[in-house]
Design a protein around this ligand. Structure first.
Ligand code: ADP
Ligand code: MG
Length: 358
């Protein structure tokens, strides 16, 4: 049952709104002010404030929380409204089921008649089984009827290059709002609120230490808080900051782990060549340039040595690799090329982040 009504939001339902994901429990701070205000405006007047609303931000920064908060708020104030929260993966699965079971009409009726459609993680949309096609038509129909659409993604629309352009362009018709990682003050405020919610008695010095240490996401903050609390339980005492050093996870370096294979795939995709082109010996300008870029990125974003990179690129020797690296470095003096490479780096980081959420 995809439609969430206030009366049945059982845990077991994959679509159910999580009751604890409310605006009250969402701590506002520098990184999320715009996104949060936009979500509240949408909950106050669905279909009228911003349509669609597109939220984007790295993993663990509160996108899902905000989507649910909109749904919860609307059902609280306007319980007659029909709200669907769904992830893009689930949407695809539902669609496949509907096709197999000859229930497309029902599927369409369900998704194209809601008042508010909340679609999470649209970056996971693939072009399989016409899911993008279906979303496109769903979007159009809802939009025309003035129904509210809210989407979330781990990257801005312009970086959703694997999605259909006509779909992505619609994502930008309304408001695009980003969520940035919280600053120290916000992290501390979040920790205080969460500690209180969880009924934890942790000293301010402990919370401050966590806020200093853990900077990447709110989910990571929650994890650290739970570890600190578990530690306190085990030790039967409130942890002192010195002892906490041991239990706090080492924050993964801000550069998430990337491997050369991923870089090759992404570069190949961007420049419309194949991975084997990158490894091969074609000197066609387009291919050679893509290869040089991939080599440059491999050097910049992984810890690999030039010889190791050479191995990964069709056993080239390290002087060839170094040459390619220097060449790209030289080209980076051109602003346009530089921003192209920056964009690629961002996309790669997002991929790494998506695969190793912390
Ligand atoms: P995302 O969907 O962006 O990956 P989530 O919405 O799942 O992130 O958030 C991860 C966790 O952090 C959730 O438990 C959520 O409640 C919490 N969280 C995120 N941002 C905030 C915030 N500003 N205030 C309170 N809790 C937050
Ligand atoms: Mg999420």
């Amino acid at each position: 049952m995809a439609v969430a009504h206030a009366s049945h939001t059982a845990e077991s339902e994959p679509f159910a709104l999580k009751a604890e994901y409310t605006f009250e429990r969402f701590i506002k701070g520098d990184g999320n002010l715009l996104a949060c205000a936009a979500c509240q405006a949408v909950a106050d007047s669905p279909g009228q404030a911003y349509n669609p609303l597109f939220l984007y931000g790295k993993v663990g920064l509160g996108k899902t929380h905000l989507l649910h908060a909109i749904g919860n708020e609307v059902l609280r104030t306007q319980p007659w409204m029909r709200v669907i929260y769904i992830t893009s993966e689930r949407f695809a699965i539902e669609l496949i089921h509907a096709i197999r079971q000859n229930r497309m009409e029902r599927f369409r009726r369900r998704y194209r008649t809601v008042d508010i459609l909340l679609i999470d993680d649209v970056h996971f949309f693939k072009d399989k089984e016409g899911t993008q096609e279906e979303l496109f038509h769903t979007f159009n129909e809802l939009y025309e009827k003035g129904r509210q659409i809210v989407l979330s993604s781990d990257r801005p629309p312009e970086e959703l290059s694997h999605l259909q352009e006509r779909l992505v362009s619609r994502f930008r018709w309304g408001l695009v709002a980003d969520i940035q990682p919280p600053n120290y003050e916000t992290r501390l405020a979040i920790l205080r609120a969460k500690a209180k919610e969880m009924g934890l008695t942790l000293g301010d010095d402990v919370l401050e230490l966590i806020a200093q240490r853990i900077t990447s996401s709110v989910r990571a903050l929650e994890g650290a808080l739970i570890r600190a609390a578990a530690y306190a339980d085990l030790q039967g005492q409130i942890p002192r900051p010195e002892l906490l050093e041991e239990v706090l996870p080492q924050e993964p370096s801000t550069e998430p782990a990337l491997d050369i294979e991923t870089i090759k795939e992404e570069v190949a995709r961007r420049y419309e060549v194949s991975v084997s082109d990158l490894e091969g010996s074609s000197r066609e300008r387009r291919v050679a340039q893509a290869r040089h870029i991939a080599i440059y990125l491999a050097r910049e974003l992984t810890n690999s040595s030039f010889p190791a990179i050479g191995q990964a690129f069709g056993r080239r020797d390290h002087s060839t690799v170094m040459h390619a690296y220097r060449k790209v470095k030289e080209l980076l003096k051109a602003p346009l090329f530089c921003s192209e490479i920056e964009e690629l780096k961002e996309a790669l980081r997002a991929r790494a982040e998506a695969r190793h959420p912390h």
